[in-house]
Design a protein around this ligand. Sequence first.
Ligand code: ADP
Ligand code: MG
Length: 618
Amino acid sequence: MAKEDQGLAIGIDLGTTYSCAAVWREHHRRVDIIHNDQGHNTTPSFVAFTDHERLIGNAAKNQAATNPQNTIFDAKRLIGRKYSDPVVQKDMMLWPFKVVAGANDKPMITLNYKGKEKQFCAEEISSMVLVKMREIAESYLETRVKNAVVTVPAYFNDSQRKSTIDAGTIAGLNIIRIINEPTAAAIAYGLDRRNNCVGERNVFIFDLGGGTFDVSILTIKGKMFQVKGTAGNTHLGGEDIDNRMVNYFVEKIKKEKKLDISGNPRALRRLRSACERAKRTLSHAVSATIEVDGLSNDNDFFSSITRARFEEINMELFNQCMETVDRCLADAKMEKRSMHDVVLVGGSSRIPKVQELLQDFFEGKDLCKSINPDEAVAHGAAVQAALLSVGIKNVPDMVLLDVTPLSLGIHVMGDMMSVMIPRNTTIPVKRTQQYLTSVDNQSSVKIKVYEGERTRSRENNLLGSFKLSGFPRAPRNHPFDVCFAIDENGILSVSAKEETTGISNKMIITNDVDRLSAEEIYKMIQEAEEYKAEDKKFLRKAKTMNKIDDYAYNIKKALEKENFSSKVCSEDREKISSAITKATELLDGDQQDEEVDVFEDHLKELINLFERFVEKSD
Ligand code: ADP
Ligand code: MG
C-alpha cells in the first residue's frame, strides 16, 4: 500500500446500509458528491446473486423481496469479526441469508448463485460494493480511478480496519488511507480550521444512519483529531423507523380493509419501500402519501401520514438517541456546554424532530447541517484524499492526525498486559520498550500482542503472536527490546530484538487468524475479475435477448399481415417460422442458459430474415 500515490484519489464512505463517494475538484476548489446512474448520491450497500447474474447497489436492493436468501447487506457488521463473536451470533438471527463458520472461525456467507452453492467472506461482499462505488466514480469523472480514502467507524479495531483495507485490495483499489467517520465529518465542515477558539475545539458528532447510531466526541487541537469518547446503539437507525411505520400501516390495513398482510413478505417489502419514501418526504413536508398498487390480491393501498403521527410512532427511538448523547458526554466527563460544534451525520439525522431534540439538548446551539448529513463523511474523505494526491494545490492545507482507539501491548508474566501504546495516542507512532527474560538460560520468548483496556491480557483481544529464539545462555532478567509501530492507517507492526546476538523477528499483524492471507486475497482478486467478466457477459446476453424479442415480435406481426404470406414462398415461410420458434425457446424455454454466442448467432439470423422479408414488404 503506497502512502502517497500519483493520480486522482476519491473519498468513499462505505456505510452499513448506504455508501457514498466524493471527489475534490481542483478547478472549482470544492468537493463534488458523485451521483450514481440513477441520479442518487448514495447507493445501497447491497449485493445480490440470482440464477443468472450478480447485482450491486439499487438493482440488488430492489429485488431483495423476491430473493431474500441471496441478497446480502450489512456486510460491514461482519467485517473483521469471528463467527463465534456474540455480535455476529445476534445479528445472524435477523438476516434472511445464511452465515456459517469457515476456517479459523471466520464467518462465511453461504448463498446460491447460478444454481450452485457459493461462499463469500465479508471482505468480498464489501469489495463488490467498493467496485460499484469505483465504477460510479469512473463514469462520473470519465477517467480511471485507482486510489481512495475509505472511512470506518471510530470504534473499529485493528482487525476491522485491516479487513476494510483487504476489501479495497480485492476491489482493485489502492486504499491510501483509512480515516474515522466522525473525523471525516469534522473535516467536511472545516472545523479544524476554525481557529477562533483558543486551545482545543470540542466537537460532538451525531451520526444516525440506516442501521446504526454512533455518537463521538472529538477534540481538535492544531492538526490533531482526538476521539475523546464514543457511544452508540448498533441496532438503531432508519430501518427501525421504517419498521415502526410498516407496523403502523399493517394495523391500519387490518382495521380499515379487514386484510392481514403480516404473513405476506412481498406485500410487506412493498409497503416498506413506500414507507421509506414517505419518511424522506416527511423531512421536508408536513404530510406524505403512501401508495402501493396491488398490495395483496389486487388490493391497491392508498393512505397518508402526517409528520406529527410519524413523530409519535417513533418518539421512543428518538428518546433513546438522546439518552445515548447524554451517556457519551458523561462517559467522556465533558459538559454539554463545552461543545463548540454539534455536527449532524447520517441520513436519518435529517428528520426534523431529531434535530429539534438535539438542539434543545444543547440548549439552542446551532447545529452544523449545511452539508447533507448522508454525504458529510464522504465529503471529508474526499478532502483527505486530495491532500494525499500529488498535484493538488488548492485544497486547504491540513495534516490529519488520528489517534489509536484501543491500547496495545504484550502479554507479560502473571497474565498481565503490559501496555506499549495507550489508547488515544496520536498516530503514526513508534515506541520501543525493554523487557526481561523470566527464567535462567531461556532460549526463546513468545511475544503475544493484545489490544484492549483490561489489565489481564486474557480479557483483551489477542491480535497475534511470534517467537524470538536464539537467545544466548544467560541468567534470568536478560534484556530484549520490543518495538510497536502504528502507521497512518492505524495498522500495527511489532518487532523484537536481542542486542548481543542481533537476532530479531517481527510481525505485521497480517497473519492474524481473522485476516486474509496474501494468497487468499490474490485468489479473491482473480475471482472478482471473473465475476466482473460474468456480469459483462450477462449484460451482453440480456441486451441480445431483448433484441431477439423485438425482432421476433416484429417478424411475427408482419407474418400476420395478409399481403406478407403471398410474397414469401413456402420454403422461406418455413424458415421464418422455425426461427421464431427457436427465438421463443431461447427466451422462455430450457435454452435460456445457452452461451451468449448462441443468442448472438440467432439474433443475426433474425436480423437477416427481417431485412430480407419484412423491411422489403413494408
Ligand atoms: P449508513 O448507516 O449506511 O451510513 P446513511 O447515513 O446513508 O447510512 O443513512 C441511511 C438512512 O437514512 C436510511 O435509513 C434512509 O432511509 C435515511 N434517510 C435518507 N434520507 C432521509 C431523509 N431525507 N429523511 C429521513 N431519513 C432519511
Ligand atoms: Mg454512515
